[in-house]
Design a protein around this ligand. Structure first.
Ligand code: AMP
Length: 284
């Protein structure tokens, strides 16, 4: 008998809530009792395993878990050989090399012979080598942003999301090393590929739904072509007739980040009854 399919999710930290919420919205319902390592999903033969976010790539590569939710920054840093199946649309960040705002360092090559503090020594060493700089790496598990003030390093390599941590520590970005986000990973010899594909499709439905809204509006038939240019949808919008032959109704998916601007453009075109509906799940 094959062991139950396992998905590793972060046990604590910023990703733990985000991952649990995504899985639940995708119909992977589980209840975690305090400090337990496993939780069995209701209605689907999957165990959720709670692990340290940074251990998930290597544990997935080693086959302890079939799939996992972790940061693509940690996959890159670990060098674990896993398949990245899906971007989950959360945890977007940049890995950046940073120096004090007042520093006269202009290029990464200027850091030759300096000390660089980071929690990403492998990514940092690769980057510095590419830029012809040899630096002494100070490897830490966190609070990297204070290391220049502590006199431990002249530069740091750290994750940046909004940039407010950098601003608070009077640091500036010298260069961006990579862009990362939360991803769903899979063991390359996954024992149950069909179940893995089902998990991917379920999560994909939620991730896409989070990024889009359904827009419905009425528009004069004479303006239909222009309206379709503003809201082309995935394939084409659904156009329905109205009682008044001069008007038609449109239903179309629109990127959520552009909805307000698109509503304004439709209104300016002469559309009326423009309604946004949030979608929670989809299969496209
Ligand atoms: P911010 O001030 O928003 O630029 O966030 C920077 C701080 O949050 C740094 O201490 C980072 O280590 C941490 N951070 C930002 N994004 C992530 C992420 N996606 N995963 C883990 N840590 C992150």
């Amino acid at each position: 008998m094959t062991a139950t399919f396992r998905i590793g999710v972060p046990s604590k930290g910023r990703l733990s809530e985000l991952a649990a919420e995504l899985l639940r919205e995708a119909g992977l319902n589980f209840r975690r009792s305090e400090r337990s390592l496993f939780a069995r999903c209701r209605d689907i033969p999957i165990d959720v395993t709670f692990l340290r976010t940074e251990d998930i790539p290597v544990l997935c590569a080693e086959g302890a878990i079939d799939m996992g939710v972790t940061g693509s920054d940690l996959v890159a840093e670990s060098g674990a050989d896993v398949a990245e199946r899906l971007d989950l649309g959360v945890g977007q960040c940049r890995l950046a090399i940073c120096v004090p705002e007042a520093s006269d360092v202009k290029t990464p090559a200027d850091l030759d012979g300096c000390r660089v503090a980071t929690s990403f020594p492998n990514n940092t060493a690769r980057y510095l080598k590419q830029h012809g700089a040899t630096a002494h790496l100070v490897t830490l598990s966190g609070s990297v942003e204070v290391m220049i003030a502590l006199g431990v390093a002249e530069a740091i390599v750290d994750l940046v999301e909004t940039g407010s941590t950098l601003a608070a520590n009077q640091l500036r970005i010298l260069d961006e090393i990579g862009r990362y986000q939360t991803v769903l990973i899979q063991n390359r010899q996954c024992r149950q590929p069909e179940l893995a594909d089902r998990v991917v499709r379920r999560l994909e439905g939620v991730v896409i739904a989070r990024g889009y809204s359904l827009l419905e509006y009425n528009v004069p038939r004479a303006k239909l072509a222009e309206a379709e240019r503003i809201t082309p949808g995935f394939n084409s919008p659904t156009v329905s007739s109205l009682e008044d032959p001069d008007w038609c109704a449109i239903r179309v998916m629109v990127r959520r980040s552009t909805v307000i601007e698109i509503m304004e453009r439709l209104e300016a075109l002469g559309a009326s009854a423009v309604l946004e509906t949030r979608i929670t799940n989809c299969r496209l």
